[in-house]
Design a protein around this ligand. Structure first.
Ligand SMILES: *Cc1c(COP(=O)(O)O)cnc(C)c1O
Length: 397
């Protein structure tokens, strides 16, 4: 089937929840994908920070094939070998002691919120359930995660929201100190905000959150769904800031393109007991086998160092563009999550990119966000910078 045929079939049968581009992607390898008409694209979206190892990484594909021939699903009433192996990897390579598995980022955030309220109930009793989160954050689309999201556009039409959430300006420690009271239960924050426009926290902010949580016995929850799994050049984004949370939510890049979510927590924070939380498909053999393979590739010597190197190369290139194009307000990010903010709507850059053979993404209207596979190569970055140079000139005109 062609792009046009698939687009028209989709219009008849698929719920219109996305503003989709008029192509269907049917094949991928590394940093390249192909649409139904055979056109090739360089991918700077990576399935929204999911395909960190590139499309169809051979180690992930092999793990999936092997597991698919052995066991696809069993209930969490029983122990699941690949799930145990992935939990071992996650806890060995993080602050955490235990991992809970689910199927998506929003579920991982829901688990974090439930854990925080359960912890608070255990330590402080009833009546202390308020979660502080931040303006321009994104935590997912199910009810509590959507409510935690500090952007009104995601709430419109969905009231009443879940009670017990409060939003504060990202990076403003004073407002956090003023907001913490006898109702506060936890602070939920992305170490670097992704959907909100690639916002890096000001120095000392995450430390400040850690201190206020310690002083009040509150859980500090990091949402690493987008910036975890090596995206920033370290396995976890919070490593850049020398601060560890009590629990973190993971998903996107965790299983090399397979649906998964996880909540990793310290033993002290792990307030769940048997029966407290569950997910039928959570930690299923297929997803967790893929997760083990993906983690092994990410942790192999040199992998993360290369992410830092490519990130710095791309950042320098974007900075050079910013120096030449006055419509660029700022370039920011870490590793391979980079944002270029322009002073106007940048949607046309994405459509021009498609025509020119690049998959691109814009966050909050004006931030061209680069989240390529972490295996992106210098020559691909050069090609993108060349395209952006022309696109920025046209956008300014
Ligand atoms: C994408 C994202 C989510 C939601 O993940 P889904 O898998 O779409 O539910 C949550 N938090 C952050 C930081 C994200 O980037």
């Amino acid at each position: 089937m062609t792009n046009a045929e698939l687009v028209s079939l989709a219009a008849q049968h698929v719920a219109p929840t996305y503003g989709r581009y008029p192509i269907a992607l049917v094949r991928g390898q590394g940093c390249r994908v192909w649409d139904a008409d055979g056109k090739e694209y360089l991918d700077f979206v990576a399935g929204l920070a999911v395909c960190n190892l590139g499309h169809c990484h051979p180690a992930v594909v092999a793990a999936l094939r092997e597991q698919a021939g052995k066991l696809l699903h069993v209930s969490n009433l029983y122990h699941i070998e690949p799930q145990i192996r992935l939990a071992e990897r996650l806890t060995k390579h993080s602050f955490g002691d235990k991992a809970f598995f689910c199927n998506s980022g929003t579920e991982a955030v829901e688990a974090a919120i439930k854990l925080a309220r359960k912890y608070s109930y255990k330590h402080h009793g009833e009546g202390r359930g308020e979660i502080l989160s931040f303006d321009m954050s994104f935590h997912g689309r199910t009810y509590a995660a959507m409510t935690a999201t500090g952007q009104a556009k995601f709430h419109k039409g969905y009231h009443p929201l879940v009670p017990g959430f409060r939003y504060l300006p990202f990076g403003d420690m004073e407002s956090v100190s003023a907001a913490v009271n006898e109702k506060t239960c936890a602070i939920l924050v992305e170490p670097i905000q992704g959907e909100g426009g690639v916002n890096v926290p000001p120095g000392g902010f995450l430390q400040g959150l850690r201190e206020i949580c310690d002083a009040n016995n509150l859980l500090l929850l990091f949402d690493e769904v987008q910036v975890g799994m090596g995206r920033t050049g370290k396995l976890w984004a919070h490593e850049h800031y020398g601060v560890t949370p009590d629990a973190m939510s993971l998903a996107k890049g965790l299983a090399g393109g397979t649906a998964i979510g996880a909540l990793v927590a310290t033993d002290k924070a792990m307030a769940f007991e048997p029966g407290d939380h569950a997910a039928t498909f959570g930690g299923n053999p297929l997803a967790t086998a893929a997760g083990c393979a993906a983690m092994d590739v990410t942790l192999a010597p040199g992998f993360l160092g290369r992410v830092t190197e490519m990130g710095e190369y791309a950042l320098k290139g974007l900075q050079a563009l910013a120096a030449r194009h006055p419509i660029v307000k700022q370039v920011r990010g870490k590793g391979l999550i980079l944002g270029m903010e322009v002073d106007r709507d940048a949607a046309s850059v994405v459509t021009k990119g498609l025509a020119a053979g690049f998959l691109l993404n814009v966050a909050v209207g004006k931030v061209i966000r680069l989240i390529p596979p972490l295996v992106v190569e210098r020559e691909m970055i050069d090609r993108l910078l060349g395209f952006l140079d022309g696109a920025l000139k046209e956008l300014a005109a």
